[in-house]
Write a protein that binds this ligand. Structure first.
Ligand code: SAM
Ligand code: SF4
Ligand code: FES
Length: 354
C-alpha cells in the first residue's frame, strides 16, 4: 500500500471515512503509530463531544437467560449459576437512589428473560420516566417489533443490542440458537422505531481477525449507531470458550480509537470489561476516544450472580463508592462529569431535553 499509516490516520481524522483495507491496516499497526492513532481519536473526541463524560447507571435486573451464547456465563446451560430476578418496585427504588448520585440515565440490562413480558417492561419504563424523569436505555436482547414499539411508546429512549461480530460465520459458531439475520432485523426495527441505537462487538473472539474487526467497524458506521459498545472478550470457565484467550487491551483501544475517527458523534463507553482486565483500562479508553462510563448500580447482593465473565470489577463496591471512584478517575483526566441526560448529539435526537 502506498499510503503510510500516518496518511491514513490524518485522512480519517479529517474525513471520518476509510476503506476496509485501511481500517485493517490501522488495526494491525504496532509501535509508535498506535499512540498517534489514540491521539487523533482523542482530538476528534474533544472537538465533537467536548470534555464531558456521560455516566449511565446500569441495573442488572435479571440473570435468567434462555439463550446459549458460547461466551457468556449467563447462558441457560450454565446450571451452576444461582439465578435472580428483581421486581418493578425494587428496580424503581434502585434507580431512585441513583438520581441523587447524579445519574440521569439508567440502563436496564438482563439475560433474555421472557418473565418480563411486554406489559411488565412497559410498566417499569413508564414508572422510571414518570417518577424519576431519567433517560432509559434497554438492553434485554432480541424481542418482537411489537414489544420494541410498545416500550418506545412507554418512554424508552435508547436500546443497546450488540451485533457481537459482523462475521456471519463466526456469529453462527458462537450462537447455536440464534441467527445473524434476526440480530440485524432487530437492529433495523429499533432504528425504524426511533430509538437511539447502540450496538457493538467483542474484541478477541476466537477466530476473529483484523479484517473481521474492520467489518465490525464499517458495520457500525453503516448502521449509523448513536452508541458503540466495544469491549474485550473475557473467557468464562463455565462456558464452551473456557480455554480461549482473553481479548487484548491494545487491540480493544485501537478499535475504540478507529470508531471515534469514523463516527465523531457516537457515544463510546470505556467498558467495565476493559476495566476488569486492566486496572487502568477505562482511563486508557477515555484517552483514546471514549466519552461514556457505565458504572454498576445493582445492589451488591446480586452483582456476583451476574457473572458474564470472571473477575469483574466493583463486585463488593456499593453504588455511592463507584460513583466517587468514577468521579475521581474523570477528574484525574481533566475531564468533567456531564450533568445532562447525554442524549445523542445527532439529529433527530437533538430536540430531546437534558
Ligand atoms: N442478553 C442481552 C444481550 O445479549 O444483548 C444483554 C445482556 S448480555 C450479558 C450483554 C453483553 O455482554 C453482550 O452483548 C456481550 O457482548 C457481553 N458479554 C457476554 N459474555 C461476555 C464475555 N465472556 N466477555 C465479554 N463480554 C461478554
Ligand atoms: Fe443471554 Fe445475552 Fe449472555 Fe447471550 S450474551 S447468553 S443473550 S445474557
Ligand atoms: Fe466501582 Fe471504581 S467504579 S470501585
Amino acid at each position: 500500500m502506498s499510503q503510510t499509516l500516518e496518511d491514513i490516520i490524518a485522512r480519517a481524522e479529517r474525513e471520518h471515512r476509510l476503506g476496509k483495507a485501511e481500517v485493517a491496516a490501522l488495526l494491525s499497526c504496532e509501535g509508535e503509530p498506535v499512540q498517534r492513532l489514540f491521539d487523533a481519536a482523542d482530538r476528534v473526541r474533544r472537538a465533537f463531544m467536548g470534555d464531558d463524560v456521560h455516566l449511565r447507571g446500569i441495573i442488572e435486573f435479571s440473570n435468567y437467560c434462555e439463550r446459549a451464547c458460547h461466551y457468556c456465563g449467563l447462558r441457560r446451560p450454565n446450571a451452576g449459576l444461582p439465578r435472580y430476578r428483581l421486581d418493578v418496585d425494587e428496580i424503581v427504588a434502585i434507580a431512585g437512589a441513583a438520581v441523587p448520585l447524579g445519574y440521569r440515565t439508567v440502563v436496564l440490562q438482563s439475560g433474555e428473560d421472557a418473565y418480563y413480558t411486554q406489559d411488565l417492561m412497559a410498566t417499569l419504563i413508564a414508572r422510571l420516566k414518570g417518577e424519576l424523569g431519567v433517560a432509559v436505555t434497554l438492553s434485554v436482547g432480541e424481542r418482537s417489533f411489537e414489544e420494541y414499539r410498545c416500550w418506545k411508546e412507554a418512554g424508552a429512549d435508547r436500546y443497546l443490542l450488540k451485533h457481537e461480530t459482523a462475521d456471519p460465520r463466526l456469529y453462527a459458531t458462537l450462537h447455536p440458537d440464534m441467527k445473524y439475520s434476526d440480530r440485524r432485523r432487530c437492529l433495523d426495527h429499533l432504528r425504524e422505531l426511533g430509538y437511539q441505537v447502540g450496538s457493538g462487538c467483542m474484541i478477541g473472539l476466537p477466530g476473529q481477525t483484523a479484517v473481521t474487526l474492520a467489518d465490525d467497524l464499517l458495520f457500525l458506521k453503516e448502521l449509523d449507531v448513536e452508541m458503540a459498545g466495544i469491549g474485550p472478550f473475557i473467557p468464562n470457565p463455565n462456558t464452551p470458550l473456557s480455554k480461549a484467550e482473553c481479548g487484548a487491551v491494545e487491540m480493544t483501544l485501537k478499535v475504540i480509537a478507529i470508531a471515534r475517527l469514523l463516527m465523531p458523534q457516537v457515544h463510546l463507553p470505556a467498558t467495565t470489561a476493559l476495566g476488569s482486565i486492566d486496572c487502568k483500562g477505562r482511563q486508557k479508553a477515555l484517552n483514546a476516544g471514549a466519552n461514556v462510563v457505565m458504572p454498576n448500580i445493582t445492589p451488591n447482593k446480586y452483582r456476583r450472580m451476574y457473572e458474564i465473565y470472571p473477575n469483574k470489577i466493583c463486585l463488593d463496591d456499593d453504588p455511592a463508592h463507584c460513583r466517587n471512584c468514577i468521579g475521581g478517575i474523570i477528574q484525574s483526566l481533566d475531564r468533567t462529569v456531564a450533568d445532562g441526560a447525554g442524549h445523542s448529539p445527532k439529529i433527530p435526537f437533538s430536540h430531546l431535553a437534558g
